[in-house]
Design a protein around this ligand. Structure first.
Ligand code: CP
Ligand code: NVA
Length: 300
């Protein structure tokens, strides 16, 4: 039987996603209570990182270790991938030795090629197209604070990047309405827009997007791989900074999220990310719990 993969949020059904998020909250309570739970005994996760990471690496590695399994960190610097071994060959070999593979790479197509040749589940740990694992944590965090996200108003302010695409897919899967405000030349991909019709509205102005929002999220203006565009992007994105004035247009009990790492003074002001509406630290912690739930779903 072909393995289940998690390449985008659309790979799981709405019901599966709801169950997974609820399970993440249970696993979090167990972890906080010091309950031993080792369903991944003798299971091995391979973690292929072609880009940097703090949260994703540590949360996946800790999730495996805490649940009785282990994880192997692989970078192009010290594997044959970096010397040109085809991704298809790497996929066939790795998946004959481990139980699950997590991949962080540039082109989403590279991940799809890997998954096509893998005998075991493959998890998207971020591509240029999307970052579905982050959305599991974000939705878990919202629900833990405010209850169901269905029918809520969410605002995405900034770049139409991998995180923006993930919020767009989440809007469809978790049934909330998403307003997206980006500069014209940095809009999300048309193909993703076409897949989320009825859930996502593109707004010309951040003020319009954030009006009455229950949740506001943003991300860096230059993602990994776009470092040389930084100066140009800072100019284009200046009006899209999430600051106190902009946040005051949202609902009074609005939550602020950021996948991190953040650049204070660029996409978000310190007074917002370090203020009372911000839940970014829980959001980061929930990467651990939601990915345990994801691994449990895929491995057991
Ligand atoms: N949010 C996130 O994925 O962080 P890292 O790049 O540190 O893994
Ligand atoms: N958009 C960012 C997200 C980092 C977690 C990037 O791709 O670099």
């Amino acid at each position: 039987m072909a393995p289940r993969h998690f390449l985008t949020l659309l790979d799981l059904s709405k019901d599966e996603l709801q169950t997974l998020i609820a399970r993440a909250t249970e696993l979090k309570a167990m972890q906080h209570a010091g309950t031993r739970y080792e369903p991944f005994k003798n299971k091995v996760l391979a973690m292929v990182f072609e880009k940097s990471s703090t949260r994703t690496r540590v949360s996946f590695e800790s999730a495996m270790i805490q649940c009785g399994g282990s994880a192997i960190f692989l970078s192009p610097r010290d594997t044959q991938l970096g010397r040109g071994e085809p991704i298809e060959d790497t996929a066939r070999v790795l998946s004959s030795m481990v139980d699950c593979v997590m991949v962080r790479t540039y082109a989403h197509e590279t991940l799809e090629r890997f998954a096509k040749y893998s005998k075991v589940p493959v998890i998207n740990a971020l591509t240029d197209l999307c970052h579905p694992c982050q959305l599991l944590a974000d939705i878990q965090t919202y629900i833990e604070h405010r209850g169901d996200i269905q029918g809520k108003k969410v605002a995405w302010i900034g770049d139409g990047n991998n995180m923006c695409h993930s919020y767009m897919m989440a809007a469809r899967q978790f049934d909330f309405s998403l307003n997206v405000a980006t500069p014209k030349e940095y809009q999300p991909h048309a193909e993703i827009i076409s897949r989320v019709e009825g859930y996502v509205t593109l707004c010309p102005e951040p003020a319009q997007a954030i009006a009455d929002a229950d949740l506001v999220s943003t991300d860096v203006w230059a993602s990994m791989g776009q470092e040389e565009e930084q100066a140009k992007r800072v100019q284009a994105f200046k009006p899209y900074q999430v600051n106190k004035r902009l946040m005051s247009l949202a609902k009074p009990d609005v939550l602020f999220m950021h996948c991190l790492p953040a650049h204070r003074g660029e996409e978000v002001c310190a007074e917002v990310i370090d203020g009372v509406q911000s839940v970014v630290w829980e959001q980061a912690e929930n990467r651990l719990h939601s990915q345990k739930a994801l691994l449990e779903f895929l491995l057991t």
